[in-house]
Write a protein that binds this ligand. Sequence first.
Ligand code: AN0
Ligand code: CP
Length: 317
Amino acid sequence: MRNFTCVQDLGDLQQALKEAFEIKKDRFQFTGLGKNKTLLMIFFNSSLRTRLSTQKAAMNLGMNTMVLDVNQGAWKLETERGVIMDGDKPEHLLEAIPVMGCYCDIIGVRSFARFENKEEDYNELIINQFIRYSGRPVFSMEAATRHPLQSFADLITIEEYKKTARPKVVLTWAPHPKALPQAVPNSFAEWMNATDYEFVITHPEGYELDPAFVGNACVEYDQKKAFEGADFIYAKNWAAYTDPNYGKILSTDRSWTVDTEKMVLTNNAYFMHCLPVRRNMIVTDDVIESPQSIVIQEAANREISAQTVLKKMLMSL
Ligand code: AN0
Ligand code: CP
């Protein structure tokens, strides 16, 4: 596997899951694979889990790691071609990318949707420039439209906790005070569609996701109806996708917050969220602290998803 930005890049998903569970059993069995190989992680946005879990995964494989926060200490980067650079950005991405490529063997990039231009976001302008100009294999640590390391960890978690072969998994929108990207829900939908689970998406009207990601999911506008019989509730906020509201907040209606009353409608469902989560906006204290909440186990699996991906990339260097 050269690059990793979406579920298809993994190839056989069941095989990748098998590899992930092998790594989870003994995460130091491939410790020689990354010897003298350097991972460069580039962050255009904040991170706690991705930063730590990916670095840990690389260390488990014997790699060296370097982390660059572009907005803290590096030169501010211009990303548009053709701009007269007389503003506050002293360096262009088109020089910075190949230079960064000189110092490492694999590059991880975090670059959220900016909500300035839908086409730019959905064409994945930033990560695609890394793929094109770095000369190195590149993987997504959440790009504009997807967060595949998160979705892979989510899938591993569901596989660990599911009680039936074909669980009912519900992705629910929940309120949030700031406009958030669609990357997590898009990606989650993409990965769920790659399984044979029963998959339902619920959100208020106006929050429809890109149909390319929704795929075969059942869309249910009545959140309570969607929760009935669910085995997993996956909560996430996102800003509107559809025009003319792209990137806008249309609702902060707290009747969509996941609470005990709604969880009672489910089949004793597990509660999941990628984190960071705003308590009592997305989910109540009671639900996230309940024994059915598996958000910490889910975050722990980020190390496993990252290590599986890095192992595959190292093997094809
Ligand atoms: C980001 C998002 O919603 O995409 C990252 C989640 C992993 N969340 C925030 O910015 C709060
Ligand atoms: N879930 C996740 O990617 O978290 P961070 O933004 O903290 O990396």
